[in-house]
Design a protein around this ligand. Structure first.
Ligand code: F6P
Length: 536
């Protein structure tokens, strides 16, 4: 593989001063040759410096990383999460047919059973046959963090046009402001609290869950009766007092950031209904099928991964921006931050050796057009290159506001065009001359109006943001992360880096309370002292 990495790097060097627009001149069919369609999705990657030779080398790299074998190992329940000794089977949650064996056991009957229980419960809550102690459930509060929050939160916002169930709220932060502000307007007698935690030990979630229980106990005779648990730790949910009929469990082979497809998606199911939730699963399953069967050169997750590897590991661009031109995808960048950075932000390869390449990139973003009035300045004229990943739906949901949608789409396409083309000094001079400037002032002003251009972007075009297409998009990114991880030799399914934070917070807590807490550095002790002083 090292040889292919070397050839890729030397090809990049040999591209020299070639710019993206030059690739369109060299290949008149580039717009279609580097635009891949599958199952109603369009992925345009023509506005990058990947030419035919780079593409072929990247495909060779992917094949030689053993992606096909690794992919099958994942889908068939082999324990590819080697540092935790676990299978990686979240895909089974969205494709409930058939059988998959883990440790000689078919895991599918239990998944089907839990899914059916979730559906029945969601129907009861939505129809009003499951009641709070003050009547029909009006509000759902999902308490969870990380993967137990970001997935259902992101998807519930994204699918607002389909939301016909109770109001849904999400509490994640241990900052008391979060739960305080959420519960403030709610009626405990008609609120259902979902405690979403795979481990049922995460300190933020359990602290918020206890606060919610105390809040409810002040008004309601039997608060536990309005609590639901989504967890793998059934013993701990019982300890908390939640009846097993309202506990929806899942196995350890569903990673937190991959868990929206099963019980962790219950708040979404309650919001949009079991039928729409199944459409979300169907979209995800369709992308699984595509990923498993499409040739690498037409395989969308593989192509996204190749673009990612090209930009980060070969070109050295440190970050990538996800820019959905869809306001309802407000939380998608945050969701993808966890998915990508918790999965591939690692410095040690599967074999225990240090990575010889940079690990996954920093991922960030914000919906357009808002970002245009904030950070696009840097993307256009800053000194570092930020590959941009635009996402756009051909149709919105507000037919009566179609003109908004055209304007939104025009902005999206205009941005990628401007990033690629830029504006040279002569064009900027002409602009200033047209405004009546001349001499040194024209020259000075013109320089500020130069855009370097040659800034790469991709565009993912979908028909409309529906439960099905959202499912496709999320799985597209899941498998992209997987492919990048395989190419880099990373285990994308553990998260040891997060565990440290959990341990450290527990060690610092006594320091803040003024209790003996040896072993801290001078700065931390000093800050803790000031904190205590300033609290009075
Ligand atoms: O942040 C680390 C993490 O382990 C995530 O992977 C997970 O989604 C989150 O914590 C929440 O964990 P749990 O669902 O066990 O409360």
């Amino acid at each position: 593989m090292q040889d292919i990495w070397n050839r890729l790097k030397s090809h990049r060097r040999n591209q020299g001063t070639t710019r993206i627009p030059d690739l369109f001149t060299a290949d008149p069919d580039r717009a279609t040759n580097f635009c891949t369609k599958a199952d109603g999705l369009v992925f345009d990657w023509s506005k990058t410096m990947i030419d035919a030779q780079a593409r072929d080398l990247l495909l060779e790299l992917t094949a030689s990383a053993g992606i096909e074998a690794r992919r099958e190992a994942m889908f068939t329940g082999r324990k590819i999460n080697e540092t935790e000794g676990r299978a990686v089977l979240h895909s089974a949650l969205r494709n409930l047919d058939g059988s998959v064996q883990v440790d000689g056991q078919d895991v599918m009957p239990a998944l089907r059973d839990t899914h059916a229980r979730m559906q029945a419960f969601a129907r009861d809550v939505r129809s009003g046959s499951f009641k709070g102690q003050g009547g029909r459930i009006t509000d759902i509060v999902n308490i969870g963090i990380g993967g137990s929050d970001l997935g259902p939160y992101m998807a519930t916002l994204a699918l607002a046009p389909y939301h016909d169930g109770p109001w849904t709220h999400f509490v994640s932060n241990v900052d008391g402001a979060d739960i305080h502000d959420t519960l403030k307007g709610l009626d405990p007698e008609t609120t259902l609290v979902i405690v979403a935690s795979k481990t049922f030990t995460t300190i933020e979630t359990m602290t918020n869950a206890r606060t919610a229980r105390d809040w409810m106990a002040r008004t309601v005779a039997d608060p536990a009766a309005q609590f639901v648990a989504l967890s793998s730790a059934v013993d701990k949910t019982a300890e908390f007092g939640i009846d097993e009929t309202r506990v929806f469990g899942f196995e350890d082979w569903v990673g937190g950031r991959y868990s929206v497809w099963g019980p962790i998606g219950l708040s979404l199911m309650l919001a949009i209904g079991p039928e729409r939730f199944d459409e979300f699963l169907a979209g995800g399953a369709a992308m699984d099928a595509h990923f498993r069967s499409a040739p690498l050169a037409q395989n969308l997750p593989v192509l996204l991964a190749l673009v990612g590897i090209w930009h980060h590991q070969i070109c050295g661009y440190p970050t990538r921006a996800v820019l959905p031109y869809d306001n309802r995808l407000l939380r998608l960048p945050a969701y993808l931050q966890q998915l990508e950075m918790e999965s591939n932000g690692k410095g040690v390869a599967m074999d225990g050796n240090d990575l010889t390449m940079p690990s996954g990139p920093v991922v960030w973003g914000e919906p357009g057009t808002n970002g245009q009035h904030a950070f696009y300045q840097l993307i256009h004229q800053g000194t570092s290159t930020v590959p941009c990943e635009f996402i756009l739906a051909a149709r919105g949901h507000e037919d009566e506001l179609a003109h908004h949608h055209i304007l939104l789409a025009a902005n999206c396409l205009a941005q990628s065009e401007a990033l690629m083309r830029g504006r040279n000094l002569d064009e900027a001079r002409a602009l200033m001359a047209a405004k009546g400037l001349e001499g040194p002032e024209l020259e000075r002003q013109a320089r500020h109006r130069v855009f370097p251009g040659n800034r790469p972007s991709t565009t993912l075009l979908i028909g409309q943001l529906t439960p099905y297409t959202l499912g496709q998009i999320v799985v597209l990114y899941e498998h992209r992360v997987f492919v990048e991880g395989v190419i880099l030799g990373i285990n994308s399914f553990d998260q040891w880096g997060v565990e440290l934070g959990k341990e450290l917070a527990l060690r610092v807590e006594p320091l803040l309370k003024g209790e003996p807490a040896p072993g801290h550095d001078a700065s931390t002790e000093h800050l803790a002292g000031l904190f205590r002083e300033m609290r009075g």
